[in-house]
Structures are given as C-alpha cells and as structure tokens.
Write a new protein. Sequence first.
Length: 615
Amino acid sequence: EAQTFSWGSKRKTPELEWCSVVSRYTVTTVESSVWNQLPITKEAAFEVDLPSSAFISNFTITSNGKVYMAQVKERAAARKIYDAAKKQGKTAGLREIEKFRVAVSVPSGTQMLFSLTYEELLPRRLGRYELSLGLRPGQLVQNLTVDVSITERTGISFIRVLPLKTNRLLSNTAQGDTDAPSSTHVEQQACCARVHYSPTLQQQNSISSKGLNADFIIQYDVDLRDLLGEVQVYDGYFVHYFAPRGLPVVPKDVIFVIDVSGSMIGTKIKQTKQAMSTILEDLREGDHFNIITFSDKVHTWKKGRTVRATRQNVRDAKDFVKRIIAEGWTNINAALLSAAQLISPSSSSSSNHLSSRRVPLVIFLTDGEATIGVTAGDTILSNAKKALGSASLFGLAFGDDADFLLLKRLALDNRGVARMVYEDTDAALQLKGFYDEVASPLLSDIQLSYLDDQAFDITRSLFPNYFQGSELVVTGKVKPGVKDLKVSMSAIDSKKEVKFENDVLASHIKGNGRISSFVHRLWAYFTIKELLLAKLNTTDPATQRLLADKATNLSLKYNFVTPFTSLVVVKPDAAEAAQTPTTTAATITTTATTTATTKISVAGAGKKPFQPGGS
C-alpha cells in the first residue's frame, strides 16, 4: 500500500503502483527501481506499510535482468532457513507492525527493481468502499505513477478521489483542498472505472521538498438492486454479496462503557468527551441509551435502566460527560457486568417483543489492561459471555497500550468487532466514525442459506447484525453445472421475522486470468481469515493445531503470507555477488493481534527462484 524507500544512490528511476479491483477484491502491486550511479556500493531499502487485512502474495527483486522471487514457506521450514542464514552471519529481520521491509546492497552501476504484490477484500462502510494507496518514496521522483482499474458487474454508482491525506488525520489534506490531487484523471463507464495519477516533480515539490508522504484515496459504491444481493461463480467457486438498501432502521439500546482510569488523563479523555458529545446528539428518538464510566470503581449515569434519547436526556447526558474526571485503576470485568445489567429483556430478538424490540449494543472503550478486580483474560471472557446474552459488544482499543487481543476475543464471543483507535489529533473523529458504522441497525440474526445442496465449504453465513451502509459476504464452492443459486435469507427487521427465497442468477465470469481467478482466491482469503479468528477464539490445543494446519495448507496453496507462513528472500549465489544485490535485512511483520509473528528470512546460496501458484 505505502512505500518508503531509503536510497543510497544518486538517481532513482520510476515508482509505479497499480491496483486491480474486481468486485471489491483488490490486487495491488508496488514497484520501485533504483540505479546506483555512484562509484561505490550503497544500500537501498524497500519498505511498504501494509493494510491490516491484506495478505502478501508475491515479492521479487530484479537485478541486471535476473529475477529473484521470494518463496512462501511453512513457518517451521522457514525458521530452519532463517537460523541457518543467521549462523552464517547474515542479518535477520526486526519485528514491527504491518510493515514489509527489505534492504539490499546495490553495487556501482547496478539497476534494481523491487516488486511487491498483496491482496485484500475492500469492506463496505458507511455506504462506500475505500481504497487507500500509500505514496511515500522518501524523495522527489521523476516518474511516479498510480494506476487503478475498478470493475463491478452490477455497476458503479459513484467514484471520487479525495485530496491527498498527508498523515493519519481523517480531516487533514495536503493543502486543505476538497478536490482530487492535480494530475488525477478519472474515467468512468457503467461497470468500470480507471483512475490515473502521475504528479510532476513540481507538483510533488509544492507539497513537500522531501517528496510525497501521503495516502491516495479512492471511494466508490456499487449499484445493487436485488434484495438478495449479487452472486458470482467461477470454476466451481462462488461469492455472494448481500447489502440490501432502503430498509427501515431498527431502534437500539446502546450502552457506552468508557474507561476513565488515570491513563486517560489529558488528551485522551478530552477527545473522548468531544466524540461523546457529537455521538449523543446523533441518537434517534426511538433509541434508548445509558453511560457507564469505570476505573477501579464503576459509575452508571442512570441506575438500572436505559432511557429514551429525548432532547432533555441527551442534554443531561452531555452534562454528565463534561464532568468526567480520569483517575484510578482499570476494572474491565466489573464494567462489563454492569453493562450487562442494563440490557433490557425487551431489546432481545425474541418474537414476543418484535413490535417494540431494540437492538442491544455495548460500545466499550479502554486504553489499557485490567489492573484491578478480575484481571485474568479467560475469566473476564467467560463472565462477559454469560452476562451479555444477545447483546453485541464493540471494543475500541484507544492507543497502543490497550489490551487489543482481549477486546478482539470479547467481540468474537459477543457478536461484535474490535477496532483500534490511534492516538492522534483526530481520535475524536475516529471514535465518531466507528459509532456511525453501527448507529443504524437494519437486520438482526441474518442467515444466508443455499438450497438443494448446491453449495459446500461455505464461509460464515450467519451474522448477528446488518448495519446501514455495510455489506455481508459469503463465499464457497458450488457443484458442477449450477447456473442459478437458490438463496434463502431469514432475519429480523424492525418489526417482524422476515424470510425470502429466490433463484439468484449467478454471473459466470469469463476473462483474463486475473479477473476470472478472483472468486477462488477470495474464497481462500476468507477461509484463512476465519481460521485465524477461530484459532484466536479457542483455548483447546488440539483444535488450535487443527485450525493452524488447515490455514497453513491454504496459505501455501495460494501463496499467501499469513501468520502461519513466512516469506523467504532468496539470496543470489556467491559467484554472482559482484553483479547482483546481497540481501542484508528483510522483515515482514503482522499486527500485534495475530497469534504469531511472520518473518522474512534470508536464504542461503543455491536456492532456486520460486514461481507463485495461483490455484
């Protein structure tokens, strides 16, 4: 996604970043070349900030016309190569968060090309898909090009390019503009679009004399008219996108649980108050809510119940938030149990209360770990699961010191998701942005089924909630000869249980290899993601091993770098060292929430380049 290069050379040649988006599935390739015109060997570093959801699928170094291709190995096998290289005095990688980095020595007169490819599925949030491509070459670049193609079978309803985002700030732009960056060209047809960006040296210099350090962001949405969504089939695999529009919003019972321990003092508590003030204003009249603050003690704004979001109650809640003071320790267990006591039985999805039901949501914000009361993670998880019932818990980890692993497991256990909130001047906007994603429930307990045994090896098809502006995705395999999928959907809307059955015309994709192969790669991508979550959510060693084995086999088959596999960089033979680069350091890392660290290791001489497979 984002590249940062540190060149010890005199001149740098083209930077290229191209991206193909086919039905939300994205394949991005980042390329950069360097030409060392100095009379001495210099080091060059190729660094890419990866999207947290992406899997690397290819990496090559080309030197003097020869291609050295990295291999994806099972972690234990890669460890042997890594250890052997280390014994020979070669440098291994360092662990960072969501970064890829490789450093090589570039002999005088040598031209070298780096190429990294990664794949991800773009999620739909707030009624749009967002593709973010990092542009961080570390200096002014003669030829810098971004080329993006987007293909959506049902049609593209809109596409826009945002101003360059010069850091993490949601509201920040390079010049405060509202238009796309200069030198951006957008072509749009009914079902496809192309975006091209190639800033001149002068345009780059007008932003920073040190070169671009920004994200190039494209937003778009698709036309999706069928209530049951869109199904695409290729070579025995299918993907089902479900995102019905125009449904009435279901009222919610929302409980805000806010960490006010001593570590929140200062900027974090101020930003939390700012976000809460805006969020409270956005509550609907039909919503009910309450606020819990916790440190070593737990304080509930309205004892024993949620209250309607009337204007007066919202004003009173905002006054309560203004008076919050951060101090004390962190009792996560007590806060969760207090939230559970506020969930009204009438807000459950029981058919006895459908006419007046509300969707129960718990939004839990913390910046640290449990330090008082029950502090054992497994006990907190067990207590929360028993107490929260049908409520969905959404965990927000504020800053790097938060126990994000615990929040992820809490969310997995309780029908929700967890998200990081980064410590930055826009943290209040991050908090508000996440709330907006879950502020408008449309359906609950959604079950997508495929009748007549047409489909098998299906990914997750039961979902606790569908929120306005989002999308549910199911992928799997289909039996030979299937032309139409018989799809059944059951769910609960604002007032009743609903069920639809229909034959959804499957779009049987034809085209080049990249376009036609995305469905089965998407199936593998999704299946590995679910195996990762399942492994995270079990404590049984035998089950963990079984899940890890399945994920490893899929990762190797599809050439994905995951927490179960490692990327091995092949070092040229010693005899070629005078003409080709020596790999001195290589790193790939995963987020702090994964179950294992993924490494790139330096391989010894004599290894043959590996051609990634795509089947």
